[in-house]
Design a binder for this molecule. Structure first.
Ligand SMILES: [Zn+2]
Length: 256
């Protein structure tokens, strides 16, 4: 017996593009089937029954028919709309960034339950009003875990010595984490990491999100950790993120 011709799954839209007169191709993340591309036919017509439901930043329940190139969307209902997430441009831009990271982390048609759960939780947190930067850092740290590249924040990546708060160290994503002061030489361009930033990186690894949301932090330390984790994830995914540029412009107050 072959696979059933139709199936139903939870899904979140990661990206989409228009095709032809009225169709749209969606990249979906699903728990069991991982990332997949599906075509929604005629959804850009005002009369479409499903067009309005196929939005990003929502958990959808999607019925699909297997097709030759793309599976075909036959029915959609909205499970969680996470409407408050769209109220702020920064949280919406962050949601795009997180979706793009998930997209680039996944091969098509590989089981993706942990990453699906991570994105789902991040969207819930954005919707609940948690600071987008903290949601993004929490997500990046856990995404690195899922990619099998948990950042080293306790021991030196070179000599394996436990780091002490009194010494100088550097953050070297290409080496997988923190490098202690005993290793001169390249990469000389890498900036030092403050002990406060190191402490916050550890917090992102260890604390639950409720505790992270409540931390009182100096903006300079948050900025340092933002750079550190973005760099880390960029190295892990080996490619610059397109949506980060957009997010930066939004936060600089110059929405494109
Ligand atoms: Zn060392």
């Amino acid at each position: 017996m072959g696979r059933p011709r139709t199936y139903v799954t939870d899904a979140i839209v990661l990206s989409r593009f228009d095709l032809g007169e009225a169709d749209r191709v969606l990249t979906l993340i699903t728990p069991r089937d991982g990332k997949l591309k599906a075509i929604a036919k005629g959804v850009r017509r005002p009369t479409s029954r499903i067009g309005g439901s196929l939005e990003p930043f929502a958990e959808l329940r999607v019925a699909l028919a297997r097709g030759r190139t793309f599976d075909v969307v036959t029915q959609v209902t909205v499970g969680h709309a996470w409407l408050a997430l769209r109220d702020s441009l920064e949280s919406a831009a962050t949601a795009w960034y997180l979706a793009e990271l998930a997209d680039r982390s996944l091969e098509e048609r590989h089981e993706a339950e942990p990453l699906y759960g991570l994105l789902h939780r991040a969207y819930e947190l954005l919707d609940a009003g948690m600071a987008p930067g903290r949601v993004a850092r929490w997500y990046e740290m856990h995404l690195a875990d899922e990619l099998g590249v948990r950042p080293e924040v306790d021991r030196c990546v070179e000599c394996d010595r436990m780091l002490e708060a009194t010494e100088a160290f550097r953050w070297v994503p290409t080496l997988g984490g923190v490098l202690c002061g005993r290793h001169p030489g390249p990469p000389a361009s890498v900036a030092g990491l403050s002990v406060e930033a190191l402490r916050l990186l550890k917090a992102y690894q260890r604390l639950d999100v409720e505790a992270l949301a409540g931390l009182r932090l100096a903006p300079s330390v948050e900025a340092e950790v933002e750079t550190a984790l973005r760099d880390f994830v960029r190295v892990a995914l080996e490619r610059e993120s397109r949506s980060l540029a957009f997010l930066d412009e939004v936060r600089a107050g110059h929405p494109v």
